[in-house]
Design a protein. Structure first.
Length: 97
């Protein structure tokens, strides 16, 4: 199986795994509460798969994590953008006729 290489998703997976460990949540119970397959949870926390956004939200809510926290993790986005060659889009220029 291909492992996640994206550092941001690795950070999210690590964060979710830490919460699961801290709260002593059973993976099967979490999957049932999130209404997802247990394998999906294992693949996320083992960094084997980047889930769909809807699945990620279901898992985080079932673990008691507000989704906005996942997207506000302390993460060096400037470095991430440079490393992944991501540029910021600019405004459209008005064309004068």
């Amino acid at each position: 199986m291909k492992y996640i290489e994206d550092k941001y998703f690795i950070a999210i997976a690590d964060y979710i795994k830490n919460v699961i460990d801290q709260k002593n949540i059973d993976i099967s119970d979490l999957a049932a509460a999130a209404n997802v397959d247990r394998k999906q949870v294992y693949r996320l926390i083992n960094k084997e798969n980047v889930p769909k956004l809807s699945t990620l939200i279901r898992i985080s809510l079932a673990a008691g994590i507000e989704p906005q926290i996942l997207f506000s993790l302390k993460f060096d986005f400037e470095f991430y953008m440079k490393e992944n060659n991501i540029l910021k889009a600019t405004h459209k220029k008005n064309k004068k006729s």
